[in-house]
Design a protein around this ligand. Structure first.
Ligand SMILES: [Zn+2]
Length: 339
């Protein structure tokens, strides 16, 4: 019988010093030491075959065991990795999340306003779904009728991670998921944080909140869209105003509109809030483009719908008379106490 003692000593030594890949290569590959011994069985004298077989099988199970352990370890490592697409702080263990009451703090004004929007939209029959904070190219662009290379992608200069994820530049990244999530009628509102590669000033920020709305059913028209948005704004701003719809351009709606209201502070006379124009532009909106419906497997000949997206920061500033958008994230205790 060929001498196996040398091989046995080497296997035990290598189990301690080599990693899974090296072990596999040295012992189980085509040219592997154990593979060769298995091939050698046929040359071993019949009366020694059984003993020889048992010894090399034992060596193989030792190597296999190490390889299996290594696979399990990799799986555990992978499953405990942080999910960068998860919303808000759900990666933090529950017992480590700060509790507002423990800190004797208060809800930030933007969250107070988002809660108010949610209340109004819920009373109008909408579901509320949270937006993702990291998304992919398909949901940010392709599913919204921005094919690769489309010039309108330049309208959304946002941030990309090194591994190809995008920080959403608008809450519309959720549209495809919402439209696929159930059959019409679909009525959903999606508040979320969005990011822009902006030079900041009193009216512009790189990080802000948006609130998206999606409505799809049979026979939905522009009139339904205007009435829905007006109803919400009247409930939120607690006043009556005139509205103005002007044309705009977004790849994911057709027709596309900009929704403006007469300034509720000066009654169209002109003031600092409306930039002395008497009107305040509040949001982009429009009828959902047939290609967007198709990408979510909804038949555009059967169903139609509208969508809108407005800046939560802007509405919050208008409602609370906050002159500068940067106050909202500056972390000034004085500002936070005032609101
Ligand atoms: Zn005004």
């Amino acid at each position: 019988m060929p001498n196996l003692s040398k091989l046995e000593t080497q296997v035990h030594k290598d189990l301690k010093s080599l990693n899974a890949q090296e072990l596999k290569k040295r012992y189980l590959s085509k040219e592997g030491l154990l593979t060769k011994e298995f091939a050698n069985i046929k040359n071993v004298p019949t009366n020694q075959k059984s003993k020889f077989g048992k010894r090399i099988n034992k060596l193989k199970s030792l190597v296999d065991e190490k390889l299996n352990n290594s696979k399990t370890e990799t799986k555990i490592k992978k499953s405990s990795r942080i999910d960068p697409t998860a919303p808000f702080d759900c990666n933090t263990q529950t017992d480590k999340r700060p509790h507002i009451l423990d800190l004797q703090g208060s809800s930030h004004i933007l969250m107070q306003e988002v809660n108010r929007f949610n209340e109004i939209f819920t009373s109008m029959g909408f579901d509320i779904v949270e937006c993702r904070q990291v998304d992919d190219d398909y949901h940010m662009f392709e599913s919204l009728n921005f094919p690769k290379g489309h010039p309108a992608r330049d309208m959304f200069d946002t941030f990309w991670t090194e591994d190809g994820f995008v920080l959403p530049a608008h809450t519309s990244t959720m549209q495809n998921r919402i439209l696929k999530s159930k059959n019409p009628p679909i009525r959903t509102v999606i508040p979320g944080r969005v990011y822009r590669n902006e030079a900041t000033d009193a009216g512009h920020e790189h990080t802000l909140y948006q609130c998206e709305g999606v409505y799809v059913d049979k026979n939905v028209s522009v009139a339904n869209m205007i009435a829905t948005i007006k109803e919400f704004l009247e409930a939120y701003l607690e006043s009556k105003f005139d509205i103005k719809i002007q044309p705009a351009y977004f790849p994911f709606t057709e027709p596309d509109c900009e929704f403006a209201i007469s300034c509720p502070f000066c009654n169209k006379k002109g003031c600092s809030t409306c930039g002395y124009t008497g009107w305040i532009e509040l949001m982009g909106c429009g009828m959902i483009h047939p290609n967007v419906l198709k990408s979510a497997n909804i038949d555009p000949d059967k169903y139609s719908g509208f969508a809108w997206g407005f800046g939560v920061d802007r509405l919050t500033m208008i409602k609370n008379n906050i002159p500068e958008i940067r106050h909202l994230r500056a972390g000034s205790i004085k500002f936070l106490r005032d609101y």
